[in-house]
Design a protein. Structure first.
Length: 402
């Protein structure tokens, strides 16, 4: 095992800062099995964003390009956290330079680019992973455990929605999120997470139907300066067309179960409402990202006259929590930023050579990222064919979340 690992983050935006903070905290979680983690650089094309994030999260320096990170001898591990259409160039360059890469979801904005990235990962000696962060939410991991250990048993029906409202305001500035092919809007941005969770819990989705993609705000003003994440900013009076979906929905079939997913970026009042319900042979469970340290559970284990959903507060008896928080006592609460920390920890453990049996579950591979994109492409194809059923390519080389 190497004695130290140098870390960099490319992109100092909304999610880049979450990666930067996560690497900082990763070695403080669980037993001290990691080598020394050196927080080396944050690279952003906008020097102000990069410098601010580097200072805030305690990184040694700032760079302005992925090329500088690729060329740096003191960097081993890199998170790529920039617009989806920029992932390919950076990831290919970093892998060619021997860096271990954790790329944000969705893997790319086109299957062609994602396939090229997977081929580059195959050729590389270094590790390439994709960040489907929500699988690290203790509540989601616990519901999966209850399905797999038979407590809930086989999933019959999945109902998921990821409602956000970052695009409600028509004066909200144009950004990379509003450009791209059919399905690259809300479906790729937040639907990628929900589709991954559906398969994490229910196994591979085999068919989608009823695909709907709708744009409801058709143009947006150009910002006068740089915009970060979903921030509002001063805008000009020049408008550009919104190219992709504000709202998307589809039905899905597992090998032996069914369900539906609905996603939105114009759900006023729902800044980040990732919610789902699973109905299984022995009961049901509900998760709501707005209350991440609890789940609701319904089990057929009491007389029906007394039965109903019960609130289960998550704590050290549930996945990730024991040792995974500085204070890991019952009912202390935790949230989405902790999931980024668990993801960073898992990635660093794999890079450091900590055996899988002594590590957090490994991060998803690029083949999972391609499958996730193929699934979303099938939804776009269904929408283009007025909701017709479209088969999803089975994955051959892996099991989601294995
Ligand atoms: N896992 C999650 O929960 C989650 C949440 C949000 C975003 N994401 C993903 O993270 C990625 C970034 O999203 P975001 O919301 O942070 O975007 P953002 O717009 O907030 O930030 C992107 C940053 O990249 C910088 N940038 C642009 N071009 C660059 C280049 N060539 N080199 C270096 N920096 C460059 C920008 O200046 C900006 O600071 C996307 O792939 C998105 O899907 C994941």
């Amino acid at each position: 095992m190497s004695t130290s690992l140098g870390v960099a983050v490319i992109g100092a935006g909304m999610a880049g800062r979450a990666h930067a903070a996560a690497y900082r905290v990763a070695s403080t979680l669980y037993s001290p099995t990691l080598p020394e983690i050196r927080l080396v650089s944050i690279a952003d094309i906008n020097p102000e964003f990069g410098a601010l994030a580097a200072k805030r999260f305690g990184y040694e320096r700032t760079d302005s390009s992925w090329q500088a990170i690729a060329a740096a001898d003191d960097i081993d591990v890199v998170s790529v956290v920039i617009a989806n259409s920029l992932h390919r160039e950076a990831v290919e360059g970093l892998l060619a330079a021997g860096k271990h890469v954790l790329c944000e979801k969705p893997l790319s904005d086109s299957i062609e680019d994602a396939s090229a990235m997977a081929a580059a990962a195959e050729r590389a000696d270094s590790i390439a992973r994709v960040g489907f962060t929500y699988r690290r939410s203790p509540g989601i991991a616990y519901i999966r455990q209850l399905i797999q250990d038979g407590t809930l048993g086989r999933l019959l029906h999945f109902s998921g929605r990821y409602w956000t409202d970052y695009a409600c305001d028509p004066q909200g500035p144009m950004s990379w999120r509003f450009k791209g092919a059919a399905g690259s809007g809300a479906l790729a941005d937040v639907g990628s997470h929900m589709a991954y969770i559906a398969e994490f819990l229910g196994g591979e989705i085999q068919e989608v139907s009823g695909g709907t993609l709708t744009t409801v705000i058709h143009e947006r003003p150009l910002p006068l300066g740089a915009v970060l994440g979903h921030d509002h900013a001063a805008v000009s009076d020049t408008f550009e067309a919104v190219e992709n979906d504000d709202y998307a929905a589809f039905s899905l079939k597992f090998a032996d179960g069914a369900g539906a997913i609905e996603v939105s970026r114009v759900a006023r009042g729902h800044a980040n409402s990732l919610t789902f319900e699973v109905f299984c042979e022995n009961g049901a469970a509900r998760y709501d990202q707005r209350r991440p340290s609890e789940i609701e559970l319904f089990l057929n284990d009491v007389p029906s006259a007394q039965n109903g959903y019960r609130q289960v507060i998550l704590g050290p008896e549930h996945p990730y929590v024991a040792g995974g928080l500085a204070m890991d006592a019952p009912s202390v609460g935790f949230g989405q930023n902790d999931a980024f920390a668990y993801q960073a920890r898992s990635f660093l453990e794999e890079v450091a050579g900590v055996p899988e049996s002594k590590s957090l579950p490994r991060c998803a591979g690029f083949e999972d990222g391609i499958h996730n994109m193929e699934l979303l492409n099938a939804v776009a194809a269904s929408a283009a064919a007025h909701g017709s059923a479209v088969r999803v390519n089975p994955t051959t080389t892996h099991k989601i979340g294995a």
